[in-house]
Design a protein around this ligand. Structure first.
Ligand code: DGJ
Length: 731
C-alpha cells in the first residue's frame, strides 16, 4: 500500500484514507501541526491556506516557542500549560509540581500493517498489505515525556485509526492526569454535533446540536461506556443529511469512562478530543514506563451520515470483530429470560427447546438463575457453580437433553459482579470494589468485582472455563448489570489508586482475551442491562451485543436506528418477544416484531408454550423470512431511509447486496392515521442503470427511478404494521 506519503521538502505527511486525505506537518521548530482532513487535495504544503497569524505567545527568536501562535495552533497532540489554553490532548504532572507538556518531533517511521495495542482491543489488518501505519515519535525535552503517535489507514476505507504510546524517558515519575487518544482541530465552527444518548431501555437515541462557542462534551463517568452516552460523536456540515454533506465520525474503542469534548475557540475554530475520561483518573508513569491510550477510529464521509455509517460497518465487521463467528451466520436463538425470568428448571427449558425446534429455532439460551443461590437478583452472583437442585439435573444432562431436542445450548454469566449474599463475597470481601472507610453503594443488590486483581481474573477464568468444559456449550451471554461506584482497589498502593478505572478495563480485556482464545468455537454476546456497553471494544471480543432490554418493536425502531450510526447490523442483538410488551405494555403485530428483529442477529425471547396456533404459523413465516433475507442483512450495505425520530408515522430502511443484485426494504407504520397522505420512499444504493423488480408490488423499474422518484409505501391498516419488499435485479 502506498497510502502514507512523506513530502520531504515541506515536511508534510499525507494520509490517503480511501477517498479522504489527512494532512499533518512538522513545523521548523518541530511541532506536529494538523493541516487538513477531508476530501482529497493535491497539494502538500497547506500553510498558505490557513490562518496562522495573530494571537499571543509568539517569539520567533526563541527556539522553544512555537512557529505559529500557540493560542491558535492546529496541533496533532497538544500538551497543556505552554500558551495553548484550549483543551489539551495530554498533561503530565512532574515531581516538582509543574505540568506543562510540549511534544516536538524526534523521528518517524512508515510501515505496512498495523501494530497491536498492548492489552487493549483495537482494529487490526487481516494481512500486512491491507493497512499502512505512520508512527511519529515526539518528545518534551523538559519533563521527559515522549510519545509515539500512531496513524493507520486501511485499504479502500475512509477510516483512520489513531492511538498514542506515552513513555517516561526522564529519571523521576510523572503523573498522567489527562491523556486523550486523539485530537483534531477543524478550521471552523460550522458543524452540528451528534450524540447517541439514552438510558436503560432507551439506548442510543439520536440528537444533533449545532456547535456553540466554548466547550461541549459527551461522556461517561460511570466506569463503563454506558447507555447514557455512547463513545461516539460526529461533526457534520449544518446541511448534511443521510445522503449528502461532509461528516466526521469519532469512535472510541473503549468500554470504560470516556470523554469526547468539542471546543470552539476565539478564532471560531473547533478542537475535538476523545479518550479516557480524565475525571478521577491519574496514572503514575515511573521512569522508563509506557502507557498506551485506547484506539480512536476516525471516519470521513463526503456523502452524508449514511456513508459514514457504512464505513464503520465495514471496518468493524472485518477489522475489529474476530474469530470463527465473525462472518458466520448466527443461530436463531430462544432466550428464556422474558419467558420465565428466574422461575425455571431443566424440564421447563427442555419443553421450550422442543417447541422451538418445531419452529426452526436453533439454539436455547439459559439466562440468569442457574447457579449458586439465585431465585431472584438478591443473591448468588459470583458463585459460578451449577445449582443442580434448582435445575433438577446436572448441566451436562440438561445440555444433552436440549441437544437431543435438536438445539444448541447457550448460557448466561455476569462475571464482573458479586452479591454480598454469596459464598464468593463471604470468602473474599476484598475482591469487590469498595472504600473501606465508606458505606458501599449497591446497584441491583450487587457490587462490582475488582477486575484489576490477578486473583479475581484467575477465579473467573477458572470458573467460566470449568463450566464451558463441563458440557456442550455453544454460546455465552456476558452480562454486566450496574455501574462502578466507590472505585477503590484494596490491592493498589495509594499513589496508584486512581488508576483503578483503567486497570479494571485492562483486567476485563485480559480475561476476555483468555476466554475467547481458549473457546474459539463458542459464540460470545455482550450485554449490560441491555445495551449499556454497546461499544467497539466489546465487539473485538464478542461479535454481537444485546442492544436493549426494551424488546418493544416500536421503541426498538429508534434504538436500532441510533445503533446503526456506528455498529454493523450483524452485531445488533434483537429478539421477538411477547405482547403486551413487558417494558412498554404495547401490543404490536407478531409479524412486525419479527421484521424489526430481523434488523440484527434475530432470535426469540418469550414462552412458546403460551402461544396460539396462529402465532406458531407466524414464527414459521418469520424463520423462513430470516433464511431468505439473512445474507443480504448480514453482508449487505445498510441504508436508513426514513428516520423514526423525524417521521412520527413511518420508519424505513434497506439492505443492498455487495453485487447490487438483491435488496430488502423494510417499513414500519409507527402510528396509523386515517386518510393520511401517501408516504413516498426513495431507495438508495442500487445500480442506477440496473433493472429491478419489487416482487411484492410486481413492478419493475430502473434503479435511478426507484432512487430518484421513489414509490409509495404500500397501504397498511392499523398501528405498527410492517411491510417487507424484496427487490431483485432483472437486468
Ligand atoms: C440484564 C439483561 O439485559 C437481560 O437480558 C437479562 O439477561 C437480565 N440481565 C438477567 O438478569
Amino acid at each position: 500500500m502506498d497510502a502514507i506519503i512523506f513530502h520531504e521538502e515541506s515536511k508534510t505527511f499525507k494520509l490517503i484514507a480511501g477517498e479522504s486525505n489527512y494532512v499533518l506537518q512538522i513545523t521548523p521548530k518541530g511541532q506536529i501541526a494538523h493541516r487538513y482532513w477531508g476530501a482529497p487535495v493535491r497539494d502538500f504544503d497547506l500553510r498558505a491556506m490557513l490562518d496562522l497569524a495573530g494571537g499571543a505567545c509568539i517569539d520567533e527568536n526563541d527556539e522553544n516557542i512555537l512557529d505559529e501562535s500557540n493560542e491558535t495552533f492546529h496541533a496533532e497532540y497538544p500538551g497543556g500549560g505552554a500558551g495553548d489554553w484550549r483543551i489539551p490532548a495530554v498533561t503530565a504532572l512532574a515531581q516538582d509540581g509543574s505540568s506543562a507538556v510540549d511534544l516536538r518531533y524526534v523521528s518517524h517511521e512508515i510501515f505496512d500493517g498495523k501494530p497491536a495495542l498492548k492489552g487493549l482491543p483495537a482494529t487490526y489488518a487481516n494481512s500486512s498489505d491491507e493497512a499502512q501505519t505512520l508512527a511519529i515519535t515526539v518528545k518534551d525535552k523538559y519533563c521527559g515525556l515522549s510519545a509515539v503517535l500512531y496513524y493507520t489507514v486501511f485499504d479502500g476505507s475512509n477510516a483512520i485509526a489513531r492511538h498514542s504510546v506515552l513513555r517516561n524517558d526522564g529519571d523521576t515519575p510523572l503523573s498522567l492526569n489527562y491523556v486523550m487518544s486523539v485530537c483534531v482541530d477543524f478550521p471552523s465552527m460550522d458543524y452540528k454535533m451528534l450524540g447517541l444518548y439514552g438510558a436503560w431501555a432507551r439506548e442510543r437515541h439520536v440528537e444533533w446540536k449545532p456547535l456553540r462557542r466554548g466547550g461541549q462534551n459527551i461522556q461517561s463517568r460511570r466506569g463503563f461506556s454506558s447507555a447514557q452516552f455512547n463513545p461516539f460523536t460526529a461533526l457534520a456540515a449544518p446541511n448534511a443529511d443521510e445522503k449528502s454533506g461532509e461528516v466526521y465520525g469519532f469512535s472510541l474503542v473503549y468500554s470504560g469512562s470516556f470523554l469526547i469534548e468539542a471546543e470552539v475557540d476565539v478564532k471560531e475554530t473547533t478542537r475535538v478530543v476523545m479518550g479516557i475520561n480524565p475525571y478521577d483518573f491519574a496514572w503514575k508513569l515511573d521512569a522508563g514506563e509506557e502507557f498506551t491510550t485506547p484506539e480512536a477510529v476516525l471516519v470521513y464521509s463526503g456523502a452524508g451520515y449514511g456513508e459514514m455509517s457504512r464505513t464503520y460497518h465495514k471496518l468493524y465487521s472485518k477489522n475489529l470483530c474476530r474469530g470463527q463467528w465473525r462472518d458466520k451466520r448466527r443461530p436463531i436463538l430462544i432466550n428464556n429470560w422474558e419467558a420465565t425470568y428466574f422461575k425455571f428448571n431443566a424440564d421447563k427449558l427442555v419443553q421450550l427447546a422442543k417447541l422451538a425446534e418445531k419452529q426452526g429455532i436453533e439454539m436455547l439460551v439459559m439466562d440468569d438463575g442457574w447457579f449458586g443461590k439465585r431465585e431472584n437478583d438478591h443473591s448468588g452472583l459470583g458463585d459460578w457453580y451449577v445449582n443442580e437442585e434448582k435445575l433438577g439435573c446436572s448441566l451436562d444432562e440438561l445440555v444433552n437433553r436440549v441437544n437431543d431436542a435438536g438445539l444448541k445450548f447457550g448460557i448466561w454469566f455476569e462475571p464482573e459482579m458479586v452479591n454480598p449474599d454469596s459464598n464468593l463475597y463471604r470468602a473474599h470481601p476484598d475482591w469487590a470494589l469498595a472504600m473501606p472507610t465508606r458505606p458501599r453503594t449497591l446497584g441491583r443488590n450487587q457490587m462490582v468485582l475488582d477486575m484489576s486483581r490477578k486473583e479475581v481474573q484467575d477465579y473467573l477464568v477458572e470458573r467460566i472455563s470449568d463450566i464451558l468444559n463441563s458440557a456442550n456449550i455453544s454460546y455465552v451471554k456476558w452480562d454486566c448489570n450496574r455501574f462502578i461506584t466507590e472505585a477503590f482497589s484494596c490491592a493498589l498502593p495509594a499513589e496508584r489508586g486512581r488508576e483503578i478505572w483503567h486497570r479494571y478495563m485492562l483486567g476485563l480485556y485480559g480475561v476476555l482475551e483468555h476466554l475467547v482464545t481458549a473457546f474459539p468455537k463458542v459464540l460470545f454476546e455482550s450485554c449490560a442491562s441491555g445495551g449499556a456497553r454497546f461499544d467497539p471494544a466489546m465487539l473485538h471480543y464478542m461479535p454481537q451485543t444485546w442492544a436493549s432490554d426494551n424488546t418493544d418493536a416500536i421503541d426498538r425502531l429508534k434504538i436500532q436506528y441510533g445503533t446503526s450510526f456506528v455498529y454493523p447490523i450483524r452485531t445488533i442483538g434483537a429478539h421477538v418477544s411477547a405482547t403486551p410488551n413487558h417494558q412498554t405494555g404495547r401490543t404490536t403485530p407478531f409479524m412486525t416484531r419479527g421484521d424489526v428483529a430481523l434488523q440484527g442477529t434475530f432470535g426469540y425471547e418469550l414462552d412458546l408454550a403460551k402461544l396460539s396456533e396462529g402465532d406458531y404459523d407466524q414464527i414459521e413465516d418469520q424463520v423462513d423470512r430470516y433464511h431468505e433475507y439473512q445474507k443480504v442483512i448480514f453482508n449487505g450495505d445498510f441504508y436508513r431511509l426514513i428516520s423514526p425520530f423525524d417521521d412520527l408515522t413511518q420508519a424505513a430502511w434497506m439492505y443492498v447486496s455487495a453485487d447490487k443484485k438483491n435488496a430488502l426494504v423494510q417499513c414500519v407504520m409507527q402510528i396509523m392515521t386515517a386518510n393520511h397522505p401517501p408516504r413516498r420512499v426513495k431507495l438508495q444504493g442500487l445500480d442506477p442503470a440496473g433493472f429491478y423488480k419489487i416482487e411484492e408490488l410486481g413492478v419493475t423499474m430502473h434503479g435511478d427511478t426507484l432512487m430518484n422518484l421513489g414509490f409509495i409505501i404500500p397501504e397498511v391498516y392499523g398501528d405498527h404494521q410492517s411491510v417487507c419488499l424484496t427487490i431483485k435485479r432483472k437486468g
